[in-house]
Design a protein around this ligand. Sequence first.
Ligand SMILES: *Cc1c(COP(=O)(O)O)cnc(C)c1O
Length: 270
Amino acid sequence: MSETAVVDMKIDPARASALISQLQGVRERIAAVAQGRPVRLVAVSKLKPINDILALHTTATSPQVHFGENYAQELGQKAALLPRSVQWHFIGGLQSGHCRSLAKIPNLFCVSSVDSLKKAQLLDKYRGERIASSSSEGEEVPRLNVHVQVNTSGEESKSGCAPGADTLALCRVIVQGCPHLRLLGLMTIGAIARSRAATTAEEENEDFVALRAQRDLVATELGLGVDELELSMGMSEDFESAIALGSGEVRVGSTIFGERPARADAKVVV
Ligand SMILES: *Cc1c(COP(=O)(O)O)cnc(C)c1O
């Protein structure tokens, strides 16, 4: 944490209390639908400054631990500046060229957008190197959790593995051939139109139904219980509907942090 000394991390109290109350609102809405089932809330902080993250991580009564980022470079910068106790999630489009830098971040909790064999193998290789170098320094670096991203909506613009044989083959390689990775489950983003059509807990979103079916297929084929593979689905617009369909992780950004700036205008440190 030597870099932190040179960065001014002054938390504006008014901004902090607004963020905490928005976070609390989301937590309450999650709890109302989850009815006791554990659901992980990933606060999506992409394009938002480190002070916002720090406010939720250090000043909330019940600190927020899990934060999600979409851009590898931004995640790397934030991870270097913020406490090691933050658990990072990479949820953006994954490129092979970013696997090395991501896998080496010791408190990267999960990569949620694994969509090819090659990227899984790169993450496995570099996490293995990071784990090996850690044992000599006396620090514990865990296996890297991953979600396989499934393109449930079949849109050209969405990344993710095709449902069926491709998804199954990728999951199999991760479980059987990537000792430094742990398959946490499956992730989908889904079509915006379907998300707008099903915003309440009572309405069923086709993408979420499809992801659950993929999870059941993978679990059966790999001899796992369905409880051993989680579903990461649901964002600001549709997280209640996702939880009602069994989501174990929701990724919520704008409802907590407010609207995002354009990428070109975003600053890690303000
Ligand atoms: C940005 C993003 C989110 C959060 O979106 P909001 O609508 O701001 O809640 C969730 N998941 C992914 C993959 C994202 O890129």
